[in-house]
Each structure stands twice: as C-alpha cells, then as structure tokens.
Design a protein. Structure first.
Length: 63
C-alpha cells in the first residue's frame, strides 16, 4: 500500500519551494502526493512579481 501525503501550501513556479517541492519530496519517499494550493505566486528565479491569496471559500471547494 502506498502512503498518501497532503501539501497545503503556496505555488512556486520555479519548483524550489511550496507544493512543487513538496510533491517531489513525497515522490522520492515513495508516497502519493496531493496538493491544496492556498496562495498563487508569480515569480521567476530573480524576484517575486505578485502574490495572490486564495479565499477560504475557494480553498474549501477542494475538500
């Protein structure tokens, strides 16, 4: 049986943090990873351009 892991975090389009990094770690541990995005971040490797918090109502739709 494969263990399930849930990441409740922000996005990071560079893959260095947030749900993208969490899912990589889950996979390396042999776990099935799922994610609930709470914050959208527009960024590149040099800077963050914009941060958008998702409302509790939107996040609640994923449960």
């Amino acid at each position: 049986m494969i263990d399930n892991s849930l990441s409740i975090a922000r996005t990071d389009p560079t893959g260095g943090a947030g749900i993208h990094a969490d899912l990589k770690v889950f996979s390396s541990l042999g776990n099935y990873g799922a994610a609930m995005i709470t914050v959208l971040v527009a960024q590149n490797t040099c800077a963050v351009q914009s941060i958008h918090n998702l409302s509790g109502e939107i996040v609640g739709f994923t449960t």
